[in-house]
Design a protein around this ligand. Sequence first.
Ligand code: GLN
Length: 540
Amino acid sequence: MTKYIFVTGGVVSSLGKGIASASIGRLLESRGLKVISAKFDPYINVDPGTMSPYQHGEVFVLDDGAETDLDLGHYERFLSSHMSQNNNVTTGKIYNTVISKERKGDYLGKTVQVVPHITNEIKERILRVSQNGGKPADVCMVEVGGTIGDIESLPFLEAIRQFRFDVGRDNALNIHLTLLPYIGASGELKTKPTQKTVAELRGIGIQPDIILCRTEKELNEEVRSKISLFCNVEPQAVFEARDVASIYEVPLKFHEEGLDDYIVKKLHLRAKKANITQWASFVNKVYHPQREVEIAIAGKYVELHDAYKSIIEAFVHAGVPSRAKVKMRWVDSEEVERRGAAALLKGVSGVLVPGGFGDRGIEGKIEVIRYVRERKIPFFGICLGMQCAVIEFARDVVGLKRANSGEFDQNTPHQVITLMEDQLKVQGLGGTMRLGSYPCKVEKGSKAYQAYKQTLIHERHRHRYEFNNHYRKQLTEKGMRLTGLSPDGNLVEMVELPHHPWFVGVQFHPELKSKPLAPQPLFREFVKAAVKYGSKKIKK
Ligand code: GLN
């Protein structure tokens, strides 16, 4: 039977509940258990797909095309199970379902209310995730978004309270993540906010079993026993979640603390000894690189790194095989328009142009691409980055001066990037792009093939516009290679330039499938090419 772990957060937001949940999941998995994770978000958007990255960071796309919270990215990077749209539930989704049931008359004349109708729908979703399409998990982890005290998260908290009652106390655990602020003047870690948030949690009927304390200093016995006393948990159930330099160290720290043992014991799980050697060796390599390579990311949301979360993590993974630390230089493409590419890219060994929407900063991106194409600096274009590479090539090499994407200029005589038939009919924004995993045939002898070593790959998409097939002939005659195509040959998925050390543009988002122990092949080869172009030795 499946056991449940509910993770909540208190005191402040951004404590890293997602990383904590993913790390616990990873540890349990390393003990031979089948773990599945879900995130329940209190906002009313049906999914984060329509939110600006400024609001919500990156939208993480799954194989099935679900547009989800970036914490799902952490789950997929830390765990081996595959996520689907069931793993990210929002208030919007819940209400959508309940209201359409009500319209159909499913509630047989009853008044539809938060309790029991909304809470029942939430409980049903928890059950659905844990049953995992007929392959039930040993442990189902449910992270409730937001902070205790938010009005929006109340129905979710009520639902997890009831859920535990339904499955039996011993079959579920509540973990509460809090912050212990350190007051320098008195040299103390303060427990009052933790006491308060736990009191609030108990006020709504949830007694946490484990308190996970985010802290910058070591937890001493005195602090532990104080939290134990005031929060009504055993002293052994108070765990330290100390700040670490790499998120990948979190599972190792939790293991040292004995967190997985405690959970296994409390839930009566039949688990093996933890096997974390490979993970530990990965972390060791992250902490001890032999060289540093600087790569520029030329995009629009450069002040907000959460917008590029998966790209940042993919670089951490991809650096390890080259024993390199990738130092990222954030370049604002609008600033390129003002100051020129040379001023902002001096000294970098590679440039990545990431995905994006809207025309802001486009000309800057195109200028960056011209610069790296001519100077033979390794280049990696992702989605919009690939589209800009096609535009740049069409303008400067093919001579189609006003070439552009239909997204930015409807009146250009040369829409080298354009909407396909099926996108022309689309109305509304939510869930209407080419979304999710699509197959792609890779041309032998290409840089892409060197990376994947396979002729058929699957990668995830999130875009509306495509390479315009009318321009295939003109662009390839001038040397651009179309090295990845959809199996029916209709869609261009990858482009490359020969006579260049590494110039690859892809219509999909490879960063979404990178994992610590399995770096994404294109990222790995791009970093390798950048290291070859130039890197700095790190002195011991
Ligand atoms: N805006 C472009 C499109 O919709 C690229 C999208 C992206 O980079 N994810 O096709």
